[in-house]
Design a protein. Structure first.
Length: 181
């Protein structure tokens, strides 16, 4: 295995985060921040998902009951928006890594750092403080494209994949609410 300069691993990590960002956006998430940092640590991705529930189309209005002047016998539907915040930790690893694809790197100490960093984000953005929050983990694998022809990888079973430069990145697993404190 070649010894890469430290900047190589930062680039690989950022490319893994880019892949997860693209996947989250394709599934309806709004990316609020990338690499949010404070004195406690860094959160790779902070995303918001907004879900509208209730009522039938054309009935009611956003955020409240139906409008004025409804005809008698017609019911109004309550349409409510629910927003969820996800604080996403991305672990990008090559095949054959030592820490179970990065899963083992999410120690209780790392979880506590993420929790404190999330608290700092919510203090900085109090309009989001009442949203349900969760901590997700994204496991991203990568492999040199030249080696893909000779090896069968889990890229075929990936949730999402992309070729970037001379590497193929694949989202192996996305774990919603991976931990809570």
């Amino acid at each position: 295995m070649a010894n890469h300069p430290p900047s190589h691993y930062l680039d690989i990590g950022q490319l893994g985060e880019d892949l997860v960002t693209q996947w989250l956006q394709s599934t309806g998430w709004l990316i609020l921040h990338r690499r949010f940092s404070c004195r406690w640590g860094e959160i790779d991705i902070i995303a918001q998902y907004q879900e509208v529930q209730g009522g039938e189309e054309g009935q009611g209005r956003q955020g409240g009951e139906g409008g004025q002047g409804e005809q008698e016998g017609q019911h109004s539907a309550l349409i409510t928006q629910y927003s969820t915040l996800a604080f996403v930790e991305v672990k990008t690893r090559s095949s054959g890594n030592w820490d179970a694809g990065g899963r083992d790197a999410i120690t209780p100490q790392k979880q506590a750092k993420l929790w404190r960093t999330a608290e700092m984000f919510l203090a900085q953005y109090p309009d989001k403080a009442d949203y349900p929050c969760r901590f997700d983990v994204a496991i991203v694998g990568y492999q040199q494209i030249s080696k893909l022809q000779t090896q069968i990888t889990s890229a075929q079973d990936a949730l999402f994949s992309a070729s970037i430069g001379d590497n193929k990145f694949f989202l192996e697993e996305y774990i919603p609410a991976a931990f809570d404190l």
